[in-house]
Ligand binder design. Sequence first.
Ligand SMILES: Nc1ncnc2c1ncn2[C@@H]1O[C@H](COP(=O)(O)OP(=O)(O)OP(=O)(O)O)[C@@H](O)[C@H]1O
Length: 352
Amino acid sequence: MARRDLLTHPIEWIKGKGSSSNIAVSSRIRLARNLRDFPFTHRCDEEKLLAIADKVKQVISKSDLLKNSDVIEMDSLDPLSRWILVERHLISPPFASGGPGRIAVIDPKGVISVMVNEEDHLRIQVILAGLELSEVWRIANKVEKVFEELNYAFDRDFGYLTACPTNVGTGMRASVMVHIPALEMSKQVTTLINECNRIGLTVRGTYGEGSDVLGSLYQISNQITLGLSEEELIDKVSSAVSQVVAEEERARTVMKHKLGISLDDRIWRAFGILCYSRMITSKEALELISLVKMGSDMEITPKISVEEWNNLVLGVQPNHVQVYAGKQLSPSERDVFRATFLRERLKTIVGK
Ligand SMILES: Nc1ncnc2c1ncn2[C@@H]1O[C@H](COP(=O)(O)OP(=O)(O)OP(=O)(O)O)[C@@H](O)[C@H]1O
């Protein structure tokens, strides 16, 4: 796939259709599965990794659900294109380093993506907008069935066997990306993280384990995979996220009462910088976009739809900027390009 096509390939979650999607941006389930007849990926030589990839490709070619998907060999993509897939949440950052037998399978709607030969032989991922883990689970289950003929490594006592013991059991991580600027501004995030940890959930940065939080986007997911059923884990994450959504809404109302005009001023200043700056880093842009989105939700600044917001968030990421520009840019040229991109996009949004 050409780089430009990677940017125009549909991705369902960007559209923002789904419950509470102004705060619960996207729901994701990933299932880790391994093939019984092969060692875990870190113990496989190149020949075995390629054999796994071949088996997966054969199954895909026969599957009604997946046969029209793009099957992308990581090593056939240049690094920039790989990072576009990461920024769009279709593959994980470690997978972008490529390697033999590493393929990404992406369905035409951009709902399903499967990483082959990541930490596990198969990492099945489904993402939809909003707090929609049950629907995501329904789809993930169907994808899981497609690959079942490859004979999953499964133990009657432990469940699905995975390369990292923390995933043994269901092999499932159910996560929801939440946009919580008001909880951040009112310094309630540490309490939220502690509360989540206490009930067996974990809070991660925007791009998963070990990544930074960008533009107040946090990922809440199950920590344990053993001892509870998939449905129980999904219920646990869903009800915690519903509470977080309610707390974020409450924090916004309290902030509006407490800060009044100074909150309006802060949000309008963010809006002004996005509309008029001539150079801007991705970090600053994401922080300001986050404030302006909250301002739009609170009817302080002009309406920005969830889809427009998601496109702004993706569009300011370093690799997206590079591809939009169509040529290699230095970091400061990127900042100039990003500022121009934002001015133009916001003009269109405000002019609607
Ligand atoms: N709710 C979500 N919406 C969109 N993208 C998500 C969501 N949750 C996770 N991701 C993306 O999935 C990728 C992997 O995230 P993370 O490392 O947390 O999960 P994992 O690979 O399932 O976990 P593990 O650490 O157990 O291997 C990241 O790029 C992250 O952006």
